[in-house]
Design a protein around this ligand. Structure first.
Ligand SMILES: Cc1cc2nc3c(=O)[nH]c(=O)nc-3n(C[C@H](O)[C@H](O)[C@H](O)COP(=O)(O)O)c2cc1C
Ligand code: SF4
Length: 474
């Protein structure tokens, strides 16, 4: 099967981008990565950011557990100055998996300890944590809630891919939607969760609007009737109300959001073995339920609405936007360009570099629309050893303010410190986008209903045996 990542030098990467019809800059001067940046009046000591990376390793009742603390200790000590704590559900029935973290009375001590562990590790390894920001992503999993899908809208392409495990029934047009009153209660839950996060000392919260979880689905809910669907003003009602209430009820808390700026449509594998290649699911045009997507050609982004939402978010008081794309269940090649497909995925339908370039292109346009607030770019890990050079070029040119590293942090949690001291990553720890971490996320045959995730190839001691166990069970 095709191997895409064959680069020996930055020149090779740039030449490949050019052969694909795109410009990509990589910079040998990494100093832009180590310039401080101001986020909502607070200083972050460098431009390197650990993306929210769910470990699926909490307790059944939603508290961080041993492996969770280990991860945050490693992230905290790794040298990045913004640590974006992972998806944490705003109430029990909206968790995406049985071990997802939960914000609730009984989890407060654990979530506070998680923050303390992160900061203590940072002080131990980096000296000063006065310029470190630690946040938490607050989520409602919507249609991907593990107990029962909770839909904001009917999506003709995503509905048939979802089974309600509580009944065994596939979701169809007769499946009931969350009511407007339900959404009002969800606003309350977001505000309570934000207040709790502030009380625990988190510097910022992320109102998660990505990857087609609930708030991301609402952005696309053109066909939803009532106060929260149809026009863009209605589709942003929930986030607008929540931001307004947090600003008045929890003053001082920085508000961030991770937002899908291009949804695309779901793909499925077609073919056998290594020819099992992603193809778009059959669909009718115009598309009715994909945000940031040209309704006449799903492969193209249409950023008219995302740009407007970014400007609105800035005006409503959001201090930081983390730009992302795609749907981890529907089109994994969009959210996480990878050399090897995840267990529930397909071989890539496009050169993964095109996926990386899509991330860069979209983030750049959002940053240009809201130069007053910092934008975080995503999708760097496929670039492997060259990800820092791409990040440095993007930051030097002002295309984004911060570079978010996702899978790269599981294999190489001290990537930022290594870059600063050695001027390069440690080759033996660079994520090769093998997708085992996603495989672990998808592995459910575990007494707690979910295997924990991490990096089996490069964090072997802990995750090697866990991966072996998954293999034995399948
Ligand atoms: C194991 C795993 C867990 C993830 N958890 C989250 C999460 O909690 N919240 C989120 O917004 N994205 C999550 N993501 C997506 C990543 O943050 C990131 O956007 C994606 O991996 C692409 O960036 P990368 O190329 O640097 O890996 C997760 C991805 C993986 C592989
Ligand atoms: S398992 Fe490790 S090497 Fe593979 S994609 Fe995940 S972080 Fe990267």
């Amino acid at each position: 099967m095709a191997r895409y990542f064959k680069y020996k030098s930055t020149a090779d990467v740039m030449a490949d981008a050019q052969s694909l019809g795109h410009e990509l800059a990589l910079a040998d001067d990494l100093s832009p990565l180590f310039r401080p940046v101001t986020i909502g009046g607070r200083k972050a000591g460098n431009r390197l950011l650990v993306q929210p990376m769910e470990g699926c390793d909490g307790t059944l009742d939603g508290r961080p557990d041993e492996l969770t603390f280990r991860r945050y200790q490693r992230f905290g000590g790794g040298g990045a100055k913004v640590i974006w704590g992972e998806a944490t559900a705003i109430c029990d029935e909206v968790r995406a998996n049985t071990r997802q973290l939960l914000m609730a009375e009984h989890t407060l001590t654990g979530l506070e300890q998680m923050r303390r562990v992160t900061r203590a590790a940072h002080r131990a390894e980096c000296g000063d944590d006065g310029d470190l920001l630690v946040g938490l992503q607050l989520t409602h999993s919507g249609r991907y809630s593990v107990r029962k899908p909770l839909l904001a809208m009917h999506d003709p392409l995503l509905d048939p891919l979802i089974v309600d495990k509580s009944t065994g029934r596939r979701v169809d047009a007769s499946y009931s939607l969350l009511s407007d009153d339900d959404l009002k209660r969800i606003e309350d839950q977001f505000v309570v969760a934000a207040r709790r996060a502030a009380h625990l000392g988190y510097d910022f919260i992320d109102l998660k609007q990505c990857h087609r979880y609930l708030l991301s689905e609402l952005l696309a809910a053109k066909n939803r009737p009532g106060e929260y669907g149809g026009c863009l003003e209605n589709r942003t009602r929930l986030i607008r109300n929540v931001i307004g209430r947090i600003r008045s009820e929890v003053p001082g808390l920085l508000i961030a959001t991770r937002m899908n700026c291009y949804d695309g449509i779901p793909y499925r594998g077609v073919g056998e073995g290594e020819n099992f290649i992603g193809q778009p699911c059959p669909h009718e045009l115009p598309l009715v339920a994909a945000f940031g997507t040209n309704p006449h050609d799903h492969r193209e982004e249409d950023l008219t609405e995302p740009l407007q939402v970014a400007r609105d978010l800035r005006d409503w008081g959001v201090s930081l936007i983390n730009v992302t794309l795609g749907n981890p269940y529907g089109n994994p090649h969009v959210i996480r360009p990878a050399e090897f497909p995840p267990i529930d995925g397909y071989y890539p339908p496009e050169h993964p570099l095109l996926g990386v370039l899509r991330h860069f292109r979209v983030a750049r346009q959002i940053q240009a629309a809201v130069p007053e607030i910092p934008i975080v770019g995503s999708g760097y890990s496929w670039l492997q050893d060259f990800a820092p050079q791409a990040a440095a070029a993007n930051i030097a040119a002002g295309h984004v303010a911060l570079a978010g590293f996702g899978r790269a942090t599981l294999s190489h949690p001290d990537f930022a410190r290594t870059l600063q001291t050695e001027g390069r990553l440690n080759r033996k720890q660079v994520c090769r986008t093998f997708s085992y971490c996603t495989g672990l996320m998808r592995a459910k045959d575990h007494p707690l209903g979910q295997f924990p995730t991490g990096c089996p190839p490069f964090d072997k001691e802990v995750y090697g045996p866990i991966w072996k166990e998954v293999e034995q069970r399948t």
